[in-house]
Design a protein around this ligand. Structure first.
Ligand code: N0T
Length: 532
């Protein structure tokens, strides 16, 4: 007999993405859930690889594994399905007390058809590839082809039907990613005669409405120089939507799509990235074309803080729930979890987390070992014991978060006008005071690269929950408390038990007089502020 993922998991409502007051939550078994994720490498989707996956998931302290299910492996011969891997994966996930996000590698995997069965990827006649502008053939399957869509849909529906059968009562699998980094490199859209005909037809009403455009027309007339890309995005999003909707009709799990990014800070043309994929400039098009998709998610491999924060801002627009399903596995990426959760994000997941011996350096890190995973483990350790509590608080309360920027300078968070919070990065214990940005001392061991960050939630007007690492927190007065003096009513370190705050001990004296010092030791604080 296979144990349930969590003791309370049976006969609860299906996982669902909910939204309220501009905030979002991923509900799992009826309550908000925080994805402390880890994505396995691409070729770890076989039973033989799983023994090398679970130890890394344990070492990083993830609660959710993102892992592929490939079309080629479940339908190697047309119409004949094989779910042996899926069955074993779900069984082992339960044994390891880890939830699953399944990645459907179908028509598009990093835009290519490599994960489609050979009866698809070798049959250009039945499953045509995109025609480039110069008339030559692209590697990429066309979103304009019904036959391809129907074939992918049939396999995906079979997968969802099977998941319902084996997991419908337990929700080990909590979310699905249909396709992976869709779009096309090297051709802005399909220029086949079939596509040309549609391109010279009218822009669909739903898109005009979403864009707030009243006067319709052909794609070129309505969208000018963006017409080719928008056309491609619309058709890829519609294609994915039809497959996702068919899957949800049998088993209604939340679904998201992931993006290979467009440059967030500079203007670049679609010939430089995966045109038609869910890049930040077409989030609204995806939303209009793909109502069966809950989240448009960025895969962030930009290492620098300016680009990283810019991507998070762009993917928080249009009321799009924030989820980072892939990010680099290297040290400096780990701190961005505070930026993601501080913006109300529902999950965060480094990529390539397993001990199969592969790393995607320089996108991610080189050291896939327990030591290499430490920067992530250190952060997950803060959230893991309170992941349900944080997810609920972040859904219902104001939250903020910062991560140490590349310049390593202090940052200030405005906590709603009455209070503010200055965050100084470093190790701030007596005798170990680090002021790197002023060049006063060398970084202490483990601080060679930025790794600090903080999240804050407002529990009531004068009460804040905070956690973080490698930072000194100085609370201060905001404009609304000008002229007064700040004093701590109390600073409690504690934890949550069954949703209730339990105080472990109270910080005072040296622990509060010079700022609240967060180290690499997990500490969750409830800070009560007052004035006199
Ligand atoms: C990712 C991964 C995997 C700053 C790369 C990232 C994964 C896919 N693609 O290891 O293949 O399945 O989603 C593309 C990053 C583009 C370069 C960014 C430069």
């Amino acid at each position: 007999l296979v144990p349930a993922v969590e003791a309370w998991a049976q006969n609860k409502p299906l996982p669902q993405v909910v939204k309220k007051n501009g905030k979002a939550a991923l509900m799992v078994d009826g309550a908000p859930y925080l994805i402390l994720g880890a994505q396995a490498n691409n070729s770890s989707n076989y039973v033989a690889q799983l023994p090398k996956v679970w130890p890394a998931i344990k070492d990083i302290q993830a609660n959710t594994l993102e892992i592929p299910v490939a079309w080629e492996q479940i339908e190697p011969k047309e119409g004949q399905f094989d779910f042996a891997y899926v069955d074993e994966l779900v069984k082992q996930a339960r044994q390891n007390h880890v939830r699953l996000v399944l990645l459907w590698f179908g028509t598009w995997k990093n835009t290519s058809p490599n994960y489609t069965p050979d009866w698809v990827k070798l049959d250009n006649k039945r499953f045509p590839r995109i025609t480039k502008k110069d008339g030559t053939m692209s590697y990429c399957l066309s979103p304009m082809e019904r036959t391809t869509l129907e074939a992918d849909k049939k396999a995906f529906v079979a997968l969802m039907t099977h998941l319902k059968k084996i997991d419908g009562d337990q929700h080990t699998v909590i979310m699905i990613q249909p396709q992976n980094e869709s779009g096309t490199y090297g051709s802005v859209r399909d220029y086949s005669p079939k596509a040309e005909k549609v391109f010279n037809g009218p822009v669909p009403q739903a898109l005009l409405k979403k864009k707030g455009i009243s006067k319709g027309g052909t794609w070129s007339v309505v969208f000018g120089k963006h017409a080719d890309e928008y056309f491609h995005a619309w058709h890829i999003a519609s294609y994915i939507n039809e497959i996702a909707a068919a899957g949800r009709a049998v088993y209604d799990l939340p679904m998201y799509v992931n993006a290979a990014l467009r440059e967030p800070l500079i203007e670049v043309g679609p010939e430089t990235y995966s045109s038609g994929g869910p890049t930040h400039n077409v989030i609204d098009i995806y939303q209009a074309a793909a109502p069966a998709i809950d989240i448009i998610a960025p895969d962030i491999y930009k290492r620098d803080s300016a680009n990283y924060e810019a991507v998070l801002s762009l993917y928080s627009k249009f009321e799009n729930p924030l989820f980072v399903p892939e990010t680099g596995s290297d040290t400096e990426f780990a701190r961005y979890i505070f930026s993601v959760f501080g913006r109300g994000g529902i999950g965060f997941s480094p990529f390539g987390i397993d001990y199969t011996g592969y790393t995607n350096y320089p996108l991610g890190g080189k050291d896939m070992s327990p030591e290499g995973l430490k920067p992530f483990r250190e952060k997950y350790a803060l959230f893991a014991p309170m992941m349900r509590d944080w997810a609920k608080i972040a859904y219902e309360n104001p939250v903020w978060g910062v991560s140490e920027a590349d310049d390593r300078k202090p940052q200030t968070i405005d906590l709603g006008g009455k209070w503010k919070l200055d965050v100084l990065y470093g190790e701030w214990q007596f005798g170990l005071t680090e002021w790197t940005w002023m060049g006063k001392v060398d970084p202490v061991p483990g601080r060679e690269k930025p790794n600090g960050g903080v999240v804050v939630a407002q529990l009531s007007e004068d009460e804040f929950l905070v956690t973080g690492v490698h930072a000194r927190l100085n609370f201060g007065l905001g404009p609304k408390t000008k002229g007064k003096n700040l004093i701590f009513r109390s600073v409690e370190q504690g934890h949550f038990e069954n949703g209730q705050w339990v105080v472990d001990f109270v910080w005072n004296g040296d622990q509060t007089d010079y700022g609240l010092n967060l180290t690499g030791q997990p500490a969750v604080l409830k800070v009560k502020l007052a004035t006199y």
